[in-house]
Design a protein around this ligand. Structure first.
Ligand SMILES: NC(=O)c1ccc[n+]([C@@H]2O[C@H](COP(=O)([O-])OP(=O)(O)OC[C@H]3O[C@@H](n4cnc5c(N)ncnc54)[C@H](O)[C@@H]3O)[C@@H](O)[C@H]2O)c1
Length: 448
């Protein structure tokens, strides 16, 4: 099939590449000329495991190309995927300006039947708005062209995006049109062979499904963080509690890790946007608001623990930071807990000496050159001459540690572990002051 994807970010590139990989003829369009130029040169603007080789292979085979030309992009596909960003507006609701700009381009240039597919995460009712915008532009042009709009939310997670796209649990399509169902079946057929994954539903149900999924996952995280704060204060070890509750199949072990708060481009903005949708219709979504505020509070705990370990004075201290990305296997720094930490450290007069396997370029792009931010080549360099260490991201390469060696590197033997990577007793016996999340050993600190 001929397919056009608007937006060449995490979702657009993965969708375009995976659809090309099963033989579709895909054009990816983006308004960011520099990004498209890099893609044309074979350079991948994001880090996503496995993406580079799959993308290059499909470009080589002539099934995948890139353009900034909206007219060419609209002319190409019978399927027009919208995969542009939907960042939070000032009031927390999803800003639809990019989605509606694509709708306008499609209306402007389409001459034959198109299925317009909302893949971006968009509030309930957006498909209707996209439909209305395209119809408006067509009317303005004085032409009548048939088209449909459907919802096909994306559930991939960064770091495992290819696996999720190609072997995801479900493919949700919201539409009431048989013509659209047929085309979407054809589009996804190569990914629907093992068992039926396509779930057709009403457009509004599909739009809400995406927000409900992210809100549920964010709720699990905030719930565990809430319990870990209780555990810390009550002298219980959250890791034992986690195993205890995870063993119940109704709860399960997935997604119940305590930590330093969720980040990334989706959970924070989607929870906020759903709460905003609720308030717009006069419903107070108390649980969603609590999930968000627990998360905000959790992101500050790394700094608070560190600050308490230094009696509230971090002036002139050098703090080693392991991990900057909001989670492992991505370079994405959007709403990462490391950012809350670093910004608080700088405000307190401390210097950051950090290492991340993939997101240091992104860190530089966000914060630029500054004296109080030193990015180093590996985790060993990060702790050299540092006063204390904070672990923000659970990259695999951080998961083993010679605690005795670390003790010799740090001027003060303070380790704040936002991901509970190590056994407190082992760290303690190496002479480190180890503060994790919701574990017995943080008790002394929090009781002070
Ligand atoms: N990143 C994820 O893990 C993920 C997962 C599921 C769903 N989503 C949703 O998918 C959408 C896209 O997310 P992302 O992370 O890929 O965003 P992104 O910021 O990485 O990419 C968005 C791209 O859209 C481009 N763009 C903006 N306006 C455009 C226009 N008029 N025409 C063409 N391109 C345009 C931007 O230049 C950018 O390259 C969001 O709604 C997001 O919530 C993201």
């Amino acid at each position: 099939m001929k397919i056009t994807i608007f937006g060449s970010g995490y979702v657009g590139l993965v969708t375009g590449t995976c659809l090309a990989d099963v033989g579709h003829d895909v054009v990816c369009m983006d308004v960011d000329a520099a990004k498209i130029e890099r893609l044309k040169q074979g350079e991948i603007p994001i880090y996503e495991p496995g993406l580079e080789s799959m993308l290059l292979r499909n470009v080589e085979a002539g099934r995948l190309s890139f353009t900034t030309d909206a007219r060419e992009a609209v002319a190409h596909g019978v399927l027009q995927f919208i995969a542009v960003g939907t960042p939070p507006d000032e009031d927390g609701s999803a800003d639809l300006k990019y989605v509606l700009a694509v709708a306008e381009s499609i209306g402007e240039y389409m001459d034959d039947y198109k299925v317009i597919i909302d893949k971006s995460t968009v509030p309930v009712g957006t498909a209707d708005r996209v439909h209305a915008r395209v119809a408006e532009v067509l009317k303005h042009r004085g032409v009548s062209v048939d088209f449909d709009v459907c919802s096909n939310p994306e559930f991939l997670k960064e770091g495992a995006a290819l696996e999720d796209f190609t072997r995801g649990a479900r493919i949700v399509v919201g539409t009431d049109s048989e013509k659209v169902r047929e085309r979407m079946r054809e589009c996804y057929a190569p990914y629907n062979r093992n068992h039926e994954k396509l779930m057709f539903m009403d457009v509004r149900a599909a739009e809400l499904t995406k927000y409900a999924a992210n809100a549920m996952l964010a709720t699990k995280i905030s719930f565990m963080n809430e319990i870990s704060n209780l555990a810390e204060r009550l002298g219980a070890d959250i890791e034992e509690v986690r195993r205890g509750i995870g063993s119940d199949p109704r709860i399960g072990y997935h997604f119940i890790y305590p930590g330093c708060g969720y980040g990334g481009s989706c959970f924070p903005k989607d929870v906020q946007a759903l709460a905003r949708t609720a308030s717009q219709i006069g419903y107070e979504a108390e649980l969603l608001t609590a999930v968000e505020s627990v998360n905000k509070r959790q992101k500050v705990t790394l700094f608070e623990k560190l600050s308490r370990a230094f009696d509230g004075d971090l002036t002139g201290k050098t703090i080693a930071v392991w991990g900057l990305a909001f989670k492992p296997n991505t370079d994405d720094m959007r709403d990462a807990p490391s950012r809350t930490l670093m910004e608080a450290l700088w405000a307190a007069g401390a210097k950051v000496q950090a290492y991340d396997p993939e997101s240091m370029r992104e860190t530089r792009r966000i914060y630029g050159e500054r004296d109080d931010l030193v990015l180093v080549a590996d985790r060993i360099q990060a702790v050299k001459g540092a006063d204390a260490l904070v672990i923000c991201t659970e990259w695999k390469e951080f998961r083993t540690l010679d605690a005795g060696w670390l003790k010799t590197q740090l001027a003060f033997p303070v380790v704040v572990d936002g991901r509970n990577l190590f056994e407190p007793s082992a760290m303690k016996s190496a002479g480190l002051m180890y503060y994790a999340v919701g574990r017995g050993d943080t008790l002394a600190l929090t009781r002070d």
